[in-house]
Design a protein around this ligand. Structure first.
Ligand code: ADP
Length: 400
């Protein structure tokens, strides 16, 4: 069985074609600059690469090009699209409507589009891509949607509500939704397998740390709280996003700098975080390098992230009444051994003791990094959201 996984943005269409027999990637790439001009980069399992400019006025032309490169010419990996059993799409916001992976119908696409107000940057492009995909793939090929928010729909009301008037929730659907759900679900399952224990018996704090970062308390396989909120802006400090701030600071700066609400939103989403504190870069590698050269603001940005992660681990252990494992994933979590060491330092109180040697230099590999006598296991678990989307898609269409 072959599954095509799609992650569509407003100007891009990332894809992976996965062979479900051995879960290997047959081909992957990105149709980029949709609505601007157009570019495709396509790589096959055996190393063939297509890297060329195109014309992509809309997502439909990008899908047409994707079909062309998969089935013809230099990048060909299948004879026809009918070899693809199903298409799985990543969708950012499913709100309270979608608590699980769902088969696509016209009504589902419309519901995803209707949720655009809650995720303006993501959901409308997702709907455009779903409609374009429908035009291009065979009518008999099922499409499936996997939501970033779905995993967090198990959070209790006391965790997802904000202390604002109740009408904000009732009338405007303002609440914590949480994001990165597909990643947190994938890595916690992978960790349970590695530990050889049922996920239903584990209390895990899952730290997904990348350009965007979120930390989730997973109790018995269910998300009970998470650091991102109504949007992916909340929680720990990120590449360009502020993370949690006192809301009064937002209105104060809005007034001081005479910013409109959307300008203020840009300020918090694109100019804050590592970039805003350091004035150097949003990228953890640049921040680490500058910090090592003595840059005080870069050092501060790194210290803030480490401090905030510690606070989440502590509060989520309290919420779950225990902690079996902490895991690190995402570009920073999987690769930054110094950050992992700093976070785990002085955590003996929680039963966390790092194996410094196991941690040092470890990048992108599933491995325990806690000492044998650590009460809490600490692991690096590489994430693979595309694979989970493909597995979900297979499971859903397999039951049709
Ligand atoms: P996204 O949230 O966009 O998916 P990623 O998960 O790819 O982002 O994470 C990107 C972050 O990971 C960047 O801040 C980058 O500096 C960091 N990163 C990637 N490789 C390393 C590395 N070897 N050491 C430290 N940080 C790294």
């Amino acid at each position: 069985m072959k599954i095509l996984v799609i992650n569509a943005g407003s100007s891009s269409l990332k894809y992976q074609l996965i062979n479900m027999e051995d879960e290997s990637v047959i081909a992957k790439g990105n149709c980029d600059r949709i609505g601007i001009d157009g570019h495709i980069k396509h790589t096959t399992f055996d190393g063939r690469v297509i890297d060329t400019d195109c014309t992509f006025p809309t997502h439909t032309e990008a899908f047409e090009k994707l079909v062309e490169v998969l089935t013809t010419g230099e990048g060909k990996v299948i004879d026809s699209m009918s070899e693809i059993s199903a298409v799985g799409h990543r969708i950012v916001q499913g709100a309270e409507i979608f608590s699980k992976t769902t088969l696509v119908t016209d009504e589902v696409i419309q519901q995803i589009d209707d949720l655009s107000e809650l995720a303006p940057v993501h959901n409308h492009p997702h709907a455009l891509a779903l409609r374009a995909c429908k035009k291009v793939i065979p009518e008999t090929t099922p499409q499936v949607v996997v939501f970033d928010t779905a995993f967090h729909q198990t959070m209790p009301e006391k965790a997802f509500m904000f202390g604002m008037p109740y009408e904000c929730y009732e009338k405007y659907h303002v609440r914590k939704y949480g994001f990165h759900g597909t990643s947190h679900r994938f890595v916690t399952q992978a960790l349970a397998e590695a530990l050889g224990k049922p996920l239903s018996e584990l209390k895990i704090v899952s730290c997904h740390l990348g350009n965007g970062s979120s930390i989730t308390a997973v109790d018995g396989g269910k998300s009970v709280d998470t650091s991102m909120g109504f949007t992916p802006l909340d929680g720990v400090i990120m590449g360009t996003r502020s993370g949690c701030v006192d809301p009064s600071a937002v209105t104060f700066i809005e007034n001081k700098k005479h910013l409109s609400p959307s300008e203020m939103s840009d300020y918090l989403n694109k100019k804050s975080g590592f970039l805003g504190i350091s004035g150097i870069s949003s990228d953890n590698r640049d921040i680490t390098a500058a910090a090592q050269h003595g840059d005080k603001k870069a050092q501060l940005a790194g210290e803030m992230l480490r401090y905030e992660i510690k606070k989440y681990i502590g509060s989520y252990a309290a919420v779950m009444n225990g902690l079996d494992a902490v895991l690190f994933t995402g570009g920073i979590g999987e690769n930054s051994d110094d950050l992992r060491a700093d976070v785990c330092r002085d955590m003996e109180f929680f039963g966390i003791k790092l194996d410094e040697a196991a941690n040092a230099g470890l990048r992108g590999k599933l491995q325990r990094i806690s000492a044998p006598d650590s009460k809490v296991e600490v692991w690096v678990v590489p994430t693979n959201e595309e694979l989970l989307i493909a597995r979900d898609t297979r499971d859903l269409v397999g039951n049709l």
